[in-house]
Design a protein around this ligand. Structure first.
Ligand code: ATP
Ligand code: MG
Length: 156
């Protein structure tokens, strides 16, 4: 795993550009923070992968005219990156299992994305590798928010 100071704004902007077509097709409103210099120490490609998976999910599991918002907050000892959507939400009983490999909430509602259920397992693995943590807040039918916290300085 590489260790460098990764500028989060640039990652988010790059991901937004890659997913823009899907965002436009679904008429989703995409919010992301204006230019800032917040960095996370880690492996740029892996941090990119974490955010792509979370943002791609937010878009996939949100219906037309919904909103996806990415936020970055510097808490001093930690940097928080959150991805919130106004999508279908995740039932409580599934919330702790979505990070398992191949776990999908139900085939019917997830059919559209045609995914494999690996995305969040990879996210969890990569967040752990960065000594971070991830939590999910969700309300069925209202939306979800995935919050990832990275330690400011990893002394390993
Ligand atoms: P892929 O491997 O292509 O990512 P996937 O999106 O189905 O497939 P995960 O990203 O691991 O797999 O997500 C697991 C399941 O969690 C999804 O199938 C979906 O049911 C649920 N899920 C994930 N993100 C969201 C979200 N933002 N809103 C609602 N449900 C979600
Ligand atoms: Mg996914």
């Amino acid at each position: 795993l590489r260790k460098e100071q990764v500028r989060i704004y640039e990652l988010i902007y790059d991901i937004y550009q890659h997913l823009q077509e899907k965002v436009n097709r679904k008429k989703i409103e995409f919010h992301f923070p204006s230019q800032h210099d917040i960095t996370v120490e880690g492996d740029k490609d892996r941090l990119h992968q974490i955010l792509v998976n979370l943002i791609d999910n937010a878009i996939s599991y949100t219906s037309e005219d919904g909103t996806v918002s990415v936020d970055v907050v510097d808490h001093g000892n930690e940097v928080e990156i959150s991805v919130a959507d106004t999508g279908i939400g995740i039932p409580l009983r599934d919330r702790e299992r979505i990070f398992e490999r191949f776990y999908r909430v139900d085939k019917g509602r997830s059919r559209e994305s045609g995914g494999t259920g690996l995305g969040l397992a990879i996210v969890k693995h990569l967040v752990d590798a960065h000594h971070g943590r991830i939590i999910v807040e969700s309300e069925e039918g209202k939306g979800s928010r995935f919050r990832v916290f990275f330690p400011r300085n990893t002394k390993t």
